[in-house]
Each structure stands twice: as structure tokens, then as C-alpha cells.
Design a protein around this ligand. Structure first.
Ligand code: CA
Ligand code: CA
Ligand code: CA
Ligand code: CA
Length: 747
């Protein structure tokens, strides 16, 4: 049971990484510290939590409910808990392209909703009123108090709160401009404020004014259809996912409120795969209990709701929200040239979405995830919690408590709340698909798990990059330098050609086939030069660096499969002038590399089959290698011993990453200013004091001719270790950075 789909980029960036600092590793074993990773598949979070309680699994993947939090909170418990603010959201999705929740045409609010305009669209205003009525019937405080038991935050815009609070502005939803007079057949209605507090009376007022009326009297319990006079509204199809208790309860609650208001509704409480097909592929729904796992990159505002992202099967914008004002501002988010214009456009786009209410935002979890005490090296990643690529590379069982662990030796057992639907590196849509694939693939750019906005060269496939512009008007150009020691799981080296193929192949697969298409669609062309991959985008955007950080494919494998399965893959050009096209991208969906063997690593002439090895075991370049999958039971992975990242290197990287969010004394021994530190992997008063000591200094304020290796423990001397923001100055921003993470530990 699981409800969330994934925008691929989010997981990608968050999930990938490895190390590569200049420190000589203490030992050089490559790949994860534990040999095997076994994923046990459950169908709901309660069963999974009991499995963790028994010791059948070591770590879970889904926010724990309050009952289990209470049970595991005592220090005598065998289970450790870690809290995070989810970068994700739950929502009531609404189909905006079908009456009565919408009309099948693009809305231009300046004309469609304006009674004095020749383009006035009465039905569109009635549908807008209908969506707002649903919003007024949505009782978020009840959901969060009764169902989530307080472990969630109500959301009023499409940006998760509080995790991404810097990108939103709730005050703008209640200011003087947030008022509309809605021109409705039975009288105009004024709506004040775009935060729709539960208010059935207001919902009824809107429905009545919009002519969704009953005939009157006890004999007519259901509201009529203004487009079909004398008849009840056709029942609205409400798909409610069975796999998430919280969303199911919220969905049943809204359905009951609708019924009480005389809105005919058919609840279809079913498995997520059924919901997915009806909602995202066939678009045969009115309301759906949806959800997304997101990233710190808010270009999902465009990817999920801009009209360019709808209109086909498997579309991100399956709400089919097509509103010209929202389109304008969401494009300014996606293609923002700088941070200030991004922030402005993001707030505008959210404001218009709150006004026109294409979907109803519900909550972001105050997440708590859990693992068995005795595992060391767990990293609590910002926005996502403890089950992430960093943890799985570092986790090592100790028997410190003197109790033995259930389960197989030298194996991390990881629980999934839901099964995968596929492990298709191009087409997969689901969170669990990507939670598994994310362990197996690598990409160009990695991040800091404690600060997702921090991009770190060298901890993924690119050892360095430079961002510049090309063309007039200016567009983004990024030159990535590929590390030379990375290998695919079939043992072959990762080359610049593989990187270029991966990006251009993803683009050529197109929308509806490549889940990551939104990241690849603005790549214009790619040149190669030695070990450099030069990516030319056809727009200017602050997000471009991450767009090119897609999963890197073994090009040999995909070329061979494309030939054997006749996809019409054509490539031309050399280091420059390269093009890639696919005649029938939909065929890519039919290639199931987690079960299929098409690729022959020896490329024997005339062999139309494979080499006896499932292709997924030979494709990707991440720290874990695919071993096996049993539907509904397990996914087994083993460590990639040829991975370029070393075990000591990951530890060093994690300490450094934690340093940049506030752990000044991260190095045991002498720090950069030759002050003796006792490393503590926590952010506390010691760190704030060290920042305070160097406060107001910059890198010019180093005595001894700038040689920072000399002792400078005194006040008012620049201390590079205290410069958390990496701007060669120690000041209030460094203090803010540490303050934000005050009290945190690295685990
Ligand atoms: Ca009726
Ligand atoms: Ca094969
Ligand atoms: Ca510290
Ligand atoms: Ca600084």
C-alpha cells in the first residue's frame, strides 16, 4: 500500500552519492559496508511496523503511526526513531477537464471568469465554484488530529510545509487581493481568502448559486445537474487508495461530506495500481487521493501542473489543469534565471493555484521513521528520513547491546510498504520503483543529505562542473567532467558517450514514456570533448544543473536491445553534431530489464537473445547490484565491489556534509586553523561558540602570511571551519546555518 508517485528527479538527486574528497581513506574497500540488502514487501504500514517490532526487518520506509511511536519511544525499546519534515504531499486530485469539477477547455481567467468579457464562460465559473465547494468540505484539522494524530502539517499551497517554507507565503493567500466575486447563475458569491477553512455552509452557498440545486422537499435528496435540468448530477467517481490508512480515512471523510451536501459520489476504494490506471492513464475519475514525493527543487510546480505537462496517458498533470495565468507563472518558475525571480514566480504560481484550486492540497507528514537499534551509520536525510542511499552504504550491524539480531547475517533487511510496479529505469512511475532503482543507479551530481540545496562536486559521477551560458538570448550551458574510475555493473567503464546517450535517450523517449522527461526536455544538444560532457540547454534556468543529473545508462546495453527489439533507434554525429531519435518510443515500455535477458555482454554476432544474465544486473553504475525479485515478497541486492566509492570515503563525506550544516569541529584533531577539536558529530554550543569567535572576519584576516595551518585559536581571526556558507567570511549567515540545525546529530 502506498500512494505516492514520484517525480523522478527528486529521488534521484537526493538518493545518489558517493564520496571523493582528498583524504586518503583509512581502508579502501569499495561499495556498501554490508554485503546484501534484502527488501521485504508488505501491503500496509501497520503490518510493516509489526515486522520491525519483531525484528523481521531492520529499517522501514514509511512514516510510522502514533501507536508505534508511543510503543517505541521508551529508551528500553529495541527500535530507534528519527523525525524529519517530509518533502512530499498528500492531496485530493481533481479532474479539471470534465464536468462538474471542470470543463474540457483551457481557461483564461481574465476572460473566462469575467462576466463583462465576451469570452465569459458560465460553465467554467460553475465548475470553479464546485471545486471551491469541495475545498470547503475538506476538513484538514480533523484529518491531522484524528487520523494522523498530529503527525502532519496542513498544506495550503503546492509547496510542502514546513520543509520548503522559504518558497511559499501564506500571508499572500489572505491579503486584500485574495478576494473574488464569482459570477454565478443564481446570484454572485464573494469568496474572501484562498485558505479554505472547513465550512459546509459556504460550500452549500456556492453550490446553490452555481445552480447545483435540489428540487426542494424530502423527495429530492441529490443536487441536480445545471446542464441536465430536472436530473440529478451524475455520480462523481472518487478513487480512494486502500493502501494508506490516513488517505483512505480522509477520502471517506470527504465522500461523507459530499453525500451530506447532496452531491452524488461513488467511492471506489481500491489498490493503487487500479487507481493509477483509471486516474493517470485513462483519466476516468473526478477525485483521487493522490500524493507525491518531491524534492527541494520547486520546478515541480511546472512539472506537475503546467498545461504543457498534460494531455497524454501517464501525464504528470493528470489533473489536466490548464489555466493561462498559472501557466505563465509556473513557466517562470521552471525557467527562472536567478533565485530572486524564482522566489517571486513561485509565490505567484502558488497564489493562482490556491485561487483556482485545481486540486486540494492536504498535508505534509511530520515523519518519523524507524530502524533497529544496533545498526550504526544511519543518516537522517532532510525531507526523507533514514532510508536513503547514504544509510544503506554506511549501515553496519554492531552487537553493542549484547542482543542478537534476527534475520540473515551481513544483510540489511529493508521494509517496503508496497510492492514495486516495475524497475524500469526509463518508465517507472512509483515511489517504490525508484526507492529500489535509486540504490542501483548513479548520476552526475550528488547532494548533501543534511542540506538538499547543497550540490557537491565529486560525490557522484561528475568530478567537477562549470555553469556558463551560450547563444543569444543567453541559455544555460554546463560542462561536466566525468570521473574516470566508474564502472557499470557488467564491469565496463562509464564513459562520456554513456552519459550523453542517457540524457538524449531519455529526451527522445518523450512524455508518457520517460518519467524523467521533464528533466531532459530542455536539453538542446550535447557535445563531448575528452572527458567533458558539454550540455547545451535551450533555456536559461537555475535548475539546469540537476536536470542533467538523470540516471546514467549502459549505452552498449540499450543500443543492443533497441536493435534486437527494433525500436528504430538512430544516432548520428561525433563529438559534435550528435543526434538521437527513436521511431517508436512506446516500445521502450515493453522492455522489462528486471526480468528480461536481451543484452549479450559478449555481443556474439548473430545472437538474437541475451547472455543468460538478467539485463538489470548489467546496466547501471550505482553502489548496489540487482540480484532477484519475487513479486509481493522480496527484492534482493548485493554490494557492487567495483564501485568507485570507498567505505571510508563515504564516512568522510558524511562528516563533511554534516560540517556544512553546522558541525564546525567535524575533524577530530587539528582543524584548519590548527585549533584542537574533539569531534562530536553533533551541532551544539561548541559549534556556535567557534562561529562566534571568528564572527566578523574574512579570509584576509589570517595572520602568518595567510598560512592557515598555523595556530589561530584566538578571537577575531578567520577560521575556515566556521565558514559554513563557503563565502570566505564568518558572519551571521554561518550562525543562521548552524542555528537551523542546532541540536541535531549526524545519525
Ligand atoms: Ca435532484
Ligand atoms: Ca543479459
Ligand atoms: Ca560539533
Ligand atoms: Ca560564511
Amino acid at each position: 500500500m502506498k500512494l505516492k508517485s514520484v517525480i523522478a528527479l527528486p529521488l534521484m538527486i537526493a538518493v545518489i552519492s558517493m564520496m571523493a574528497f582528498g583524504f586518503p581513506p583509512a581502508y579502501a574497500a569499495n561499495g556498501p559496508k554490508t554485503s546484501k540488502l534484502q527488501i521485504n514487501i508488505y501491503n500496509d504500514p501497520t503490518t510493516e511496523s509489526w515486522a520491525l517490532d519483531r525484528g523481521d526487518i531492520d529499517i522501514n520506509d514509511w512514516p510510522v503511526s502514533k501507536d508505534f511511536i508511543d510503543m517505541w519511544s521508551p529508551s528500553s525499546s529495541a527500535v530507534a526513531l528519527q523525525t524529519y519534515y517530509e518533502i512530499g504531499k498528500m492531496e485530493f486530485d481533481i479532474y479539471n477537464w470534465r464536468w462538474p469539477t471542470g470543463v474540457p477547455r483551457t481557461i483564461n481567467p481574465a476572460t473566462s471568469y469575467n462576466a463583462t468579457s465576451p469570452g465569459f464562460d458560465q460553465q467554467a465559473v460553475q465548475a470553479w465554484a464546485f471545486r471551491r465547494a469541495l475545498a470547503y468540505l475538506t476538513n484538514k484539522p480533523r484529518y491531522i488530529t484524528n487520523y494522523l494524530k498530529g503527525y502532519g502539517y496542513a498544506m495550503e499551497t503546492m509547496v510542502p510545509m514546513p520543509a520548503s517554507a522559504g518558497w511559499t507565503n501564506y500571508a499572500s493567500l489572505t491579503n486584500a487581493s485574495a478576494t473574488d466575486v464569482m459570477y454565478l447563475p443564481n446570484g454572485n458569491v464573494t469568496v474572501t481568502g484562498y485558505i479554505y477553512t472547513y465550512n459546509p455552509t459556504k460550500a452549500a452557498e456556492l453550490l446553490d448559486a452555481a445552480n447545483f440545486t435540489k428540487l426542494g422537499g424530502e423527495s429530492d435528496l441529490m443536487r441536480n445537474d445545471p446542464l441536465n435540468p430536472g436530473h440529478d448530477l451524475a455520480s462523481l467517481k472518487f478513487y480512494i487508495r486502500i493502501d494508506d490508512p490516513n488517505r483512505r480515512q480522509a477520502g471517506e471523510d470527504l465522500a461523507a461530506e459530499m453525500t451530506a451536501q447532496g452531491i452524488p459520489v461513488t467511492k471506489i476504494i481500491t489498490e493503487r495500481s487500479v487507481c493509477f490506471y483509471q486516474v493517470m492513464v485513462l483519466h476516468d475519475y473526478s477525485i483521487y487521493t493522490g500524493g507525491w514525493s518531491l524534492t527541494s527543487n520547486i520546478d515541480y510546480i511546472y512539472d506537475l501542473y503546467n498545461s504543457a505537462m498534460s494531455g497524454y496517458a501517464y501525464d504528470n498533470n493528470y489533473a489536466w489543469f490548464r489555466n493561462s495565468l498559472f501557466d505563465y507563472w509556473s513557466a517562470k518558475v521552471k525557467f527562472a534565471p536567478d533565485i530572486p525571480s524564482l522566489a517571486f514566480a513561485a509565490i505567484q504560481a502558488q497564489w493562482y493555484a490556491a485561487k483556482y484550486i485545481p486540486i486540494i492540497e492536504l498535508w505534509a507528514a511530520k515523519g518519523v521513521k524507524a530502524y533497529r537499534k544496533g545498526w550504526e551509520g544511519v543518516v537522517n536525510m532532510e525531507g526523507f528520513g533514514t532510508d536513503n542511499i547514504w544509510s544503506f552504504q554506511r549501515m553496519l550491524w554492531t552487537d553493542g547491546a549484547g542482543t542478537s539480531r534476527n534475520g540473515p547475517p551481513d544483510t540489511i533487511v529493508y521494509g517496503f510498504k508496497s510492492d514495486i510496479s516495475a524497475m524500469h529505469i526509463i518508465c517507472s512511475e512509483w515511489l517504490w520503483d525508484w526507492s529500489a532503482l535509486g540504490l542501483m543507479y548513479d548520476s552526475l551530481v550528488g547532494g548533501n543529505p543534511y542540506n538538499l540545496a547543497d550540490r557537491v562536486p565529486g560525490n557522484a559521477l561528475a568530478s567537477a562542473w562549470t555553469i556558463s551560458t551560450w547563444d543569444t538570448p543567453a541559455k544555460t550551458k554546463i560542462t561536466y567532467t566525468l570521473r574516470t574510475d566508474a564502472k557499470f555493473h557488467d564491469g565496463s567503464p562509464v564513459t562520456p558517450d554513456d552519459v550523453r546517450f542517457s540524457l538524449m535517450f531519455t529526451k527522445a523517449c518523450g512524455s508518457g514514456v520517460a518519467w524523467n522527461y521533464a528533466a531532459a526536455m530542455n536539453i538542446d544538444h550535447i557535445d563531448l570533448s575528452g572527458n567533458n560532457i558539454i550540455v547545451y540547454f535551450n533555456v536559461l534556468s537555475v535548475f539546469a544543473l540537476d536536470w542533467a543529473s538523470l540516471p546514467i545508462l549502459n549505452a552498449k546495453l540499450w543500443r543492443q536491445v533497441a536493435t534486437k527489439q527494433i525500436w528504430g533507434l538512430t544516432e548520428s554525429g561525433g563529438n559534435t553534431g550528435y543526434t538521437l531519435t527513436i521511431n517508436t518510443p512506446s516500445l521502450v515500455r515493453n522492455y522489462h530489464e528486471w526480468t528480461d535477458d536481451v543484452y549479450d555482454v559478449f555481443n556474439v554476432p548473430g545472437n538474437t537473445k541475451g547472455d543468460g544474465i538478467i539485463d538489470l544486473k548489467q546496466d547501471l553504475a550505482g553502489p548496489w547490484v540487482f540480484v532477484s525479485y519475487k513479486v509481493g515478497e522480496t527484492i534482493v541486492l548485493e554490494r557492487f565491489t567495483d564501485y568507485y566509492g570507498t567505505q571510508a570515503g563515504v564516512d568522510t563525506y558524511i562528516n563533511k556534509a554534516f560540517h556544512y550544516v553546522g558541525d564546525v569541529n567535524y575533524l577530530g584533531g587539528y582543524g584548519a586553523n590548527n585549533t584542537w577539536y574533539t569531534a562530536d558529530t553533533k551541532i551544539d554550543l561548541t559549534d556556535l561558540t567557534l562561529i562566534g569567535k571568528a564572527g566578523g572576519t574574512d579570509s584576509s584576516m589570517i595572520p602568518w602570511g595567510g598560512d592557515i595551518t598555523h595556530p589561530a585559536p584566538a578571537w577575531n581571526f578567520y577560521n575556515p571551519d566556521a565558514d559554513l556558507t563557503k563565502d570566505n567570511a564568518v558572519n551571521v549567515y554561518d550562525l543562521f546555518t548552524a542555528g537551523k540545525s542546532f541540536g541535531k546529530t549526524a545519525g
